[in-house]
Design a protein around this ligand. Structure first.
Ligand code: NAP
Length: 492
């Protein structure tokens, strides 16, 4: 049972150490009219802190700072930009415990997972510190031999970054890292529910030597009203968003006015395929990771378990045992493996998806109900025989719920896996190389995990197809999102 205690001394000290004003031009300042926004602990519902609540004018002041810094930042030597990222990586690593505690407090995930996210987030800075000095153009002769063709790379210009609450640091560093490396300035708007991690990150980047105005952070309780004037401002050149498909679609429409360069990392509905020949021990381990990382609140979370009929019963039983044994509670407590969901709306959505599936005939093998009388906890849940028309098979569950359905042939598995408007990631377990390669080619997603339940890796291009968005973050591709190609024709 969750123990909904109040913030301890350590917790209060960590929160007090974070600047809570708008971060504009290298300084923390109040919002217009001293407006504030409260940040709550999802494990208790208690208010942890208040942060500045920006007005549209405050948002534009942040863009002014980014625009003013753009030219000199673009001229800063790549090595210097890389060294700032490298120092930021080191500072994040040395302060991993404080950053992890802060993240657990505002977002809810268990401390061990927050520590994992701090390491993952910092790795984007290390990766892009190395990429900063590898940006190159080309030189070639035109086919008729008359002209030389030279291409060079330029930073896109000021970028707006809008990030979600589920990975409060990593979704930021995945954008900030390549933008710093490429020479872009930026305005970052973190989710209203998890602003503290981003403010902590802004002060780390400053300590690492990032010049004032390169990174500006605004928090607001009126995202739409505060972001729209920036997106419509001709000085902004790039919009990068991580969040829901619904909001992403609106932002793409808004970005058409100024024809912005756009990257969209949106929702998912990941299938997790267990083939007849799969190593079941490995498949269950992978399934637990793919499902329970971040309490299921991940765009990459396995949303549908498609299991071959010959192994479905055993897989479901083992999953039910593993899920039922997980310890639910406040993420700061030792031994807790499952924290609260982000808020009441999210928990109620999970409850109603489970109820809908059970009403439609699904068999409940574990969980199936909220936990505790404070905070937004939901029991790890396993459902078998989930009917094909259950809403949880088409919508993002975003919670600790594993629905299992069966298939009888590889073709049927591929058809079911691809039968969704989303296309972020798919997972498959098989011992057969030919089946693995066939699945890697046929699954209609931006990423495929073969015999592994986590695909996120700063050195790999993260991103989706279809309604999961476009653009890639991380890998060699990541920096390209922040660069333009200029071609120069030279007649010798
Ligand atoms: P969300 O509601 O779309 O919000 C994401 C961000 O957009 C927040 O900062 C939010 O601010 C802001 N926002 C909302 N409406 C806006 C508007 N009209 N104009 C400008 N900004 C607006 O998503 P979420 O609930 O935070 O995050 C969960 C979603 O993110 C899931 O669908 C998940 O799959 C997706 N996600 C995708 C990836 C990926 O890489 N593909 C990674 C992580 C998460 P407020 O906080 O003020 O609402």
């Amino acid at each position: 049972m969750p123990n909904a205690q109040q913030a301890t001394k350590d917790e209060s000290a960590v929160i007090r150490g974070v600047p809570t004003g708008l971060w504009i031009d290298g300084a923390s300042r109040s919002a217009t009219g001293n407006a504030v926004l409260s940040v709550d602990d999802p494990a208790t519902g208690e208010t942890l802190a208040e942060v500045a609540d920006a007005s549209p004018e405050d948002g534009l002041a942040a863009l002014d700072a980014a625009v003013a810094a753009q030219e000199s930042w673009a001229q800063t030597a790549p090595r210097e930009r890389g060294e700032i990222l490298r120092r930021s990586f080191e500072l994040m690593t040395s302060r991993a415990d404080e950053l992890a505690l802060l993240m657990t407090l505002e977002m809810g995930k268990p401390l061990a997972e927050s520590q994992g996210e701090v390491a993952y987030a910092a790795e984007f800075f290390r990766w892009f510190s190395e990429e900063a000095v590898r940006v190159a153009g080309q030189w070639s002769m035109s086919p008729d031999g008359a002209t030389r063709l030279m291409t060079l790379k330029r930073p896109v210009g000021p970028a707006l970054m809008i990030t979600p609450w589920n990975f409060p640091l990593a979704m930021g560093t995945r954008k900030i890292g390549p933008a710093v490396a490429a020479g872009c300035t930026m305005v970052v708007k973190p989710a209203a529910q998890t602003p503290l991690s981003m403010y902590a990150l802004a002060s780390i980047l400053q300590e690492a030597g990032l010049p004032d105005g390169v990174l500006n952070v605004v928090t607001t309780g009126r995202s739409s009203a505060v972001m729209a004037p920036l997106i419509g401002d001709p000085r902004l050149r790039k919009l990068t968003f991580t969040g829901s498909t619904e909001v992403g679609r609106k932002l793409v429409e808004q970005s058409a006015e100024q024809l912005l360069r756009v990257s969209m990392e949106l929702g998912g509905n990941a299938p997790f395929l267990v083939m007849a020949d799969a190593d079941l021990d490995a498949a269950v381990d992978g399934a637990m990771l793919a499902k329970m990382r971040n309490m299921g609140e991940a765009c990459t979370a396995a949303n549908r378990f498609l299991v071959h009929e010959s192994v479905a019963e055993e897989f479901a039983d083992r999953m039910a045992q593993r899920m039922a044994a997980l310890r639910v509670g406040r993420g700061t407590e030792a031994g807790v493996q499952v924290g609260p969901l982000i808020d009441e709306v999210s928990r109620d959505k999970v409850s109603s998806l489970v109820q809908g599936a059970v009403d439609g005939g699904a068999r409940l093998l574990a969980g199936g109900e909220p936990v505790g009388d404070r905070g937004w906890f939901y029991a790890p849940t396993v459902l078998a025989d989930v009917p094909a028309d259950a809403a949880m098979l088409t919508e993002e569950i975003f919670g600790p719920v594993a629905p299992i359905t069966v298939f009888s042939s590889v073709d049927e598995a591929i058809f079911q896996a691809n039968d969704t408007e989303y296309g972020l990631v798919a997972y498959a377990y098989t011992k057969d190389l030919a089946t693995a390669l066939h699945l890697a080619e046929q699954l209609d997603t931006g990423m495929v995990g073969i015999n592994q339940g986590v695909v996120s890796n700063p050195a790999a291009p993260f991103g989706g197809v279809k309604h999961s968005g476009f653009g890639r973050e991380g890998g060699r591709e990541g920096i390209e999102e922040y660069l333009e190609t200029r071609y120069v024709g030279i007649r010798p």
